[in-house]
Design a protein around this ligand. Structure first.
Ligand code: HEM
Length: 154
């Protein structure tokens, strides 16, 4: 179960990143190029937020089955001084929660804006902030906090 959820969480990371990048490409292009906010733009806004919510659910699921988190929760004092355990027990989840909240707020605000430019601008700003947080909080193979592979087999 653990290895399945871990592999799922690892793969959905790429969907989160690709959908955010595509949303941002469309948002900046629309904002700076004074384009019409089309039905496709609206779908991209919506599905990007939905994919991040799926990753949130998988992340919470992983939190309850991960041996690292189990160790963290039962050995809080020692765990705090172990960089990788502290990263997955606290920092990763908190930062990702903030990022997903920014995406949710940005998506909801953009939906309510009435002009094309305001819709694009809202998505561009909120999703950009979320992307920065996500990029720095993912445990990349080269990360100093915790190193994990780009891809994992199911
Ligand atoms: C956009 C949001 C997120 C992204 C892109 C993301 C990405 C990742 C990646 C790439 C890993 C390493 C997976 C591997 O070892 O192959 C990971 C690990 C983990 N993530 Fe996330 N994550 C996100 C949100 C969350 C959230 C919201 C939670 C919990 C509430 C969470 C909990 C965990 C845990 C517990 C691990 C470590 C599991 C272990 O090694 O035992 N993640 N995450």
């Amino acid at each position: 179960m653990y290895s399945f959820v871990l592999a799922l969480h690892s793969i959905v990371r790429w969907l989160v990143l690709l959908s955010l990048l595509y949303s941002l490409y469309r948002a900046y292009r629309g904002w700076l190029g004074n384009k019409q906010f089309t039905n496709l733009d609206n779908k991209v806004r919506h599905y990007t937020a939905t994919i991040s919510h799926v990753q949130l659910i998988v992340g919470i699921w992983l939190y309850f089955v991960s041996p690292i988190i189990n160790y963290f929760l039962h050995n809080l004092k020692d765990a705090m001084s172990q960089r990788e355990v502290r990263f997955f027990g606290m920092e990763h989840n908190l930062m990702m929660l903030i990022a997903i909240t920014l995406i949710t707020i940005g998506s909801a605000k953009a939906k309510r804006k009435t002009t094309n430019a305001d819709k694009f601008k809202t998505i561009a700003i909120w999703y950009s902030l979320a992307l920065i947080i996500i990029i720095v909080s993912v445990p990349w193979p080269f990360s100093s906090m915790a190193s994990r592979p780009y891809f994992r087999e199911f």
